[in-house]
Design a protein around this ligand. Structure first.
Ligand code: NDP
Length: 293
């Protein structure tokens, strides 16, 4: 049976360390990081995410500013708000909760965020900096996945890594992060041939596909480390639902050396890394070192 990589505990430890770092920043430099989260509309899932982000930010001592805008808010109004927040020195990180209503061009909005405040790491400048090894903002879910991998494996140099999925928010940044760690990285996607054989060659598998339990235990090399980014709600008996990942946990856990569960694996790391990015952004904007944890 594989070791279970406990992302929930890791994220809690990370938040505890960040709370100490935030206290040091205030004591030594009179800086309190500020995170602004913008929610347009009433999407119930987005409302839960935004509430959790605000709550966890506050627990870490980060100022949480929430802008809840009506569904009918115009693109121009949203762009003006972003422009104002770009100028506001009390705000170090800006996150616009996706999806946005259809009448708003999401790319235009995300590209309007000052790249140094883009704590989601989606701005093309940050995408470019990640691809070229620069000092940008790293997307939260891939960053959290990398932290779990490094905590479990230490140095990743020379390992064969396979990322299943090539989205801009998970697959591609994960590829770049693993390459930076000197892994030999293969990216598989919906058009890949012999995907099972590709995955079976991997020491490290990162699954970010959005297909419930796609990756089976028979695809996994014995002893491999498996990071399951997927979050899928499926129906079970009696009309009930449950969350499952993109990996068939039961069969994969029999073969893998270590595996993240769903829930409780990568999921909790995403908000923790959003707060980490806010802390890093505040330090960079004030040109001070990140205090030791
Ligand atoms: P996308 O739908 O944007 O991308 C899915 C990727 O998987 C695509 O590149 C697609 O290939 C590939 N794919 C789809 N079907 C297959 C298949 N049968 N075989 C191989 N590859 C396939 O999803 P995201 O990257 O946004 O999210 C992936 C998963 O991660 C989802 O379950 C999502 O809920 C979860 N997630 C979790 C987060 C967290 O906080 N833990 C945060 C973000 C996402 P192609 O490009 O060819 O279409």
């Amino acid at each position: 049976m594989a070791k279970i990589i406990d992302g929930k505990q890791f994220a809690a430890d990370l938040r505890e360390k960040m709370a100490k770092q935030v206290t040091s920043l205030a004591d030594q430099h009179q800086i309190t990081p500020g995170l602004a989260v913008v929610l347009v509309g009433e999407d119930p899932a987005s409302q839960v995410y935004v509430r959790n982000k605000g709550k966890q930010a506050t627990e870490c001592g980060i100022n949480s500013i929430e802008h809840k805008l009506d569904e009918s808010t115009s693109e121009a109004t949203l762009l003006q708000l972003i422009s104002d927040m770009n100028q506001d020195s009390a705000i170090n990180g800006i996150l616009v909760q996706l999806p946005l209503p259809k009448h708003i061009d999401a790319d235009k909005v995300l590209n309007a965020i000052d790249p140094t405040k883009d704590v989601d790491g989606f701005h093309p400048i940050n995408v470019g900096l990640l691809a070229t090894g620069g000092k940008g903002m790293i997307p939260c879910t891939p960053l959290g996945s990398l932290m779990l991998l490094q905590d479990h494996l230490g140095d990743l140099t020379g390992l064969n890594a396979v990322v299943v999925g090539r989205s801009n928010i998970v697959g591609k940044p994960m590829f770049n992060l693993l390459l930076q760690q000197s892994c030999t990285v293969t990216v598989a996607h919906s058009r890949s041939q012999n995907i099972e054989a590709i995955v079976r060659a991997a020491d490290v598998v990162v699954a970010a596909v959005g297909v419930p339990e796609l990756v089976k235990g028979s695809w996994i090399k014995p002893g491999a480390t498996v990071i399951d980014v997927g979050i899928n709600r499926i129906e079970v008996d009696g009309g009930k639902t449950k969350l499952v990942g993109d990996v068939d946990f039961a069969s994969a856990a029999d073969v893998a050396g270590a595996i993240t569960p769903v829930p409780g694996g990568v999921g909790p790391m995403t908000i923790a890394c959003l707060l980490y990015n806010t802390l890093v952004a505040a330090c960079r904007q004030h040109q001070v070192e990140l205090p030791p944890a």
